[in-house]
Structure formats: structure tokens, C-alpha cells
Design a protein around this ligand. Structure first.
Ligand SMILES: [Zn+2]
Length: 410
């Protein structure tokens, strides 16, 4: 075993050496600069699915884990400072009940990460927390709730989840809920937001929780933008320009309106969010696989199904997007509205294998920075993209809430 590992290590070392050998001195210098900037700038990533991953299979993320896209070691290597832990509630909870309870369980789990490894992780609930904890060298765990189902028809739960540390809420996930229609759901029950959903946006502005428009339908997005008095974020969405017809990404018009109110689009790294040719091939494969499973009466979790899927994928490999595709999405937003309204919302631990070459986990942000440097982005612009823009929007939301509350007190 050891012999085998040594061989693998040697092979990797050789590959690295040969890659470096191919690099011009300018490229090597730029790569070194990208590494340096990744450590120098605050990197915020607004969507990482660690809590649900840990719920499915617990791992000690304070050390290098064999699986997943996130752990302390790789986060430090990549210069990640403030990951938003996604408190993800599957859409089925809207009907079955128990959404609030699940949210509490996942929030407790994030709290435990900070309690168990206090020298490595600390909870952050404000922009100040993030900047102060960056100086101390610890990783700030922020929290965003993916799916508003845990609000459970009660506006008081906005303050409740604020007090528990939640700083953004994605109004809906894959299905329409009591708040909003979803981009993946064709029923369009509310033709946008429900009456309660509109009141919820106002309450989130008042309390100081960012409204997240990723996953909602276009109609819901436009309604949010009419109602909100504070900047809004798309925590993990990319540009529809590259994936025509994919409502889960944002159209040019939507990006302009979002930016017009000071909001930020945080680019999702999943290959299907970046390239429509990948999406198309993945859909075709999905159809083939489900037709086979149906013919054999198999369920997804059955061993026979898993063996078939693994063999099928091996025989029909799809080329993933790469880091240059991700940079294209940044370029597109910058061209549309300028450099102040775009950031990182990778969806690490949420999009499986479909991550782009060169951005497979949290150690690889420097590759993105390198690509941006290569395209002529200034250090100041890269700082904004890495986290400055998101922190600016978040502080506007904080300020707005503070002003509203002091107005109420007078
Ligand atoms: Zn999502």
C-alpha cells in the first residue's frame, strides 16, 4: 500500500513539475501573485453545502477529509475566509412539516463545528465579525438558509432565525413554497411571491437578513425587486446568457436590476450553470439512465442501479467546464454592470462531480484569481470580486435594518 502511495506521490510530483516546466516565467510569476492575493484578500463564498453533507455522513472537517469539496486544510490553502454554510431544507418539508426543526438541527451542527475546533472556526454574524476574524486568521462560518420553508407562515420566525445567526434566506428551493414560486417548478402558483412572501421581504429588510433570489422564478425576482428597500443577493446563480432558457440562472435584464439596487450576483461553479452544452449532454444521459432504471424497476439507491450508473458514466464521459468558463461569467457581469456587483457562490459540496477543472474544491480559488489577473483585472477589482462586493451589500442591509429600528424607537 505504502509503495503504491509513494508511486502515486511521485507521479503527482512529476505531473506538477512538468506542468510548471511548461509555464513561462511570466505565468509562474502571475500564479505566485494569485496565491499571494488569495491569502491577502478576504474571500467570501456565499454557498457551501457542508451542513447537509455532514448530515448525510459526518466527517472531521478540521482535518483534510478524503471526500467533499471543503475542509479546514483546503480552505486555508485556498485563502477562503468566510464560507456561508448552507442551511438547506429539502422542498418536501414544506408539505411534511418539520422544516423549522431541521433548520435548527443544521444550525446547531454549524455551532458545533465552531465549538469543537475554536482555533480554526468561529461563527460570524456581521461584516465586522468577518473582518475582525480575518485578522485573527480563523475561518468565519456565516450562515444562509436555503429555502424559506422554516419560516412556517410566521413573520416572528425572521427575528428568531436572525437571532440564531442566519444572514440570508433563499426564498424558495426546487418547488414553490408558501413564500415564492421556484424556477424549477412549472406550477407558478403565486405568479411570483405570495402575499405572505411580500410581507416577508419587508420583514427581512427590517430585521437585517439578506434576501436571496437564487432558485426563485423570474416573476418572483421582479416582485422582490419592487418590494425590497435594501440590496438583494443571488447567493449561487450564474449568467443565463451562457445557458439560454435556464431560469435558474439570471438574465441580463435581471442582473441590471439587481445591480441597480446595489445587489450582488454570486457565480455558481457547477458545470451545468456555466455551459449549456454540458447541461444538454447531462440531460441526455439522465434520460438514458432513468429509462434503464424504469425498465428494470430499479430505485436510485439500489446497488444494481449504482453499478449501472457508474459504468454508464465511465463509458460516456462528459467534459466539465473549466476555470476559464467561470471567468467568462465574471467578465459578462462586469461588462453589463461593472465590477461592483459580482462575487463567488461556488455551491461546493452541492453540485457533486460537475465542478469545473481547476475549481474542484476550496483550495483552488487562486486558479480563478490567476485567470482574472491574466485577463487584466486590477488587484482592487479582484478584491471586490473575492468578497468586497458581498461585504458592501451585506453592510448596506445591516445599516438599513439599524436605521429602520432606530426610526421605530423614536
Ligand atoms: Zn441551491
Amino acid at each position: 500500500m505504502r509503495k503504491f502511495l509513494t508511486k502515486v506521490a511521485l507521479l503527482l510530483a512529476c505531473t506538477t513539475v512538468s506542468l510548471l516546466a511548461q509555464q513561462t516565467p511570466q505565468e509562474s510569476a502571475l500564479r505566485a501573485k494569485a496565491q499571494k492575493l488569495a491569502q491577502q484578500f478576504v474571500i467570501v463564498d456565499t454557498h457551501i453545502d457542508v451542513p447537509f453533507r455532514m448530515k448525510m455522513k459526518w466527517e472531521d472537517i478540521s482535518e483534510r477529509t478524503p471526500n467533499g469539496n471543503f475542509d479546514y486544510v483546503r480552505a486555508k490553502q485556498g485563502g477562503l475566509n468566510a464560507p456561508f454554510m448552507s442551511i438547506y431544507i429539502p422542498p418536501a418539508y414544506e408539505q411534511s412539516g418539520g422544516a423549522k426543526q431541521l433548520a435548527d438541527t443544521l444550525i446547531d451542527m454549524v455551532g458545533n463545528i465552531a465549538t469543537n475546533w475554536p482555533k480554526k472556526f468561529v461563527i460570524a454574524t456581521s461584516v465586522n465579525d468577518v473582518t475582525n476574524q480575518f485578522k485573527r486568521g480563523v475561518i468565519s462560518l456565516c450562515m444562509g438558509m436555503e429555502n424559506g420553508s422554516p419560516i412556517e407562515h410566521d413573520l416572528k420566525n425572521v427575528q428568531y432565525f436572525y437571532d440564531r445567526g442566519i444572514r440570508y434566506i433563499t426564498l424558495a428551493h426546487g418547488k414553490t413554497n408558501h413564500i415564492s414560486d421556484s424556477s424549477y417548478d412549472t406550477t407558478h402558483v403565486w405568479k411570483g411571491l405570495s402575499f405572505f412572501g411580500r410581507r416577508l421581504v419587508v420583514e427581512m429588510n427590517r430585521v437585517g437578513i439578506m434576501v436571496d433570489v437564487s432558485h426563485v422564478s423570474d416573476e418572483a425576482f421582479y416582485e422582490v425587486m419592487n418590494v425590497t428597500q435594501a440590496p438583494v443577493i443571488a447567493s449561487h446563480s450564474s449568467c443565463r446568457f451562457f445557458t439560454p432558457g435556464f431560469e435558474r440562472n439570471m438574465s441580463d435584464d435581471m442582473i441590471k436590476i439587481l445591480a441597480g439596487k446595489g445587489g450582488v450576483i454570486q457565480i455558481n461553479f457547477g458545470s451545468s450553470f456555466l455551459r449549456s452544452d454540458y447541461q444538454k449532454r447531462e440531460d441526455e444521459q439522465g434520460k438514458q439512465i432513468s429509462a434503464y432504471m424504469k425498465s428494470k424497476n430499479l430505485k436510485f439507491r439500489d446497488t444494481e442501479a449504482q453499478t449501472y450508473i457508474a459504468a454508464y458514466r465511465k463509458d460516456h464521459p462528459i467534459t466539465y467546464a473549466d476555470v476559464t468558463d467561470v471567468a467568462d461569467h465574471f467578465d459578462h457581469v462586469v461588462k453589463l454592470v461593472g465590477v461592483d456587483y459580482v462575487g463567488i457562490g461556488s455551491d461546493f459540496d452541492g453540485v457533486g462531480d460537475s465542478l469545473p477543472t481547476g475549481l474542484k474544491d476550496v483550495s483552488m480559488y487562486p486558479n480563478l484569481i490567476y485567470e482574472l489577473l491574466k485577463r487584466g483585472y486590477s488587484e482592487k477589482d479582484i478584491q471586490k470580486i473575492c468578497g468586497g462586493n458581498l461585504l458592501r451589500a451585506w453592510s448596506q442591509v445591516e445599516r438599513r435594518a439599524k436605521e429602520t429600528k432606530s426610526g421605530e424607537a423614536n
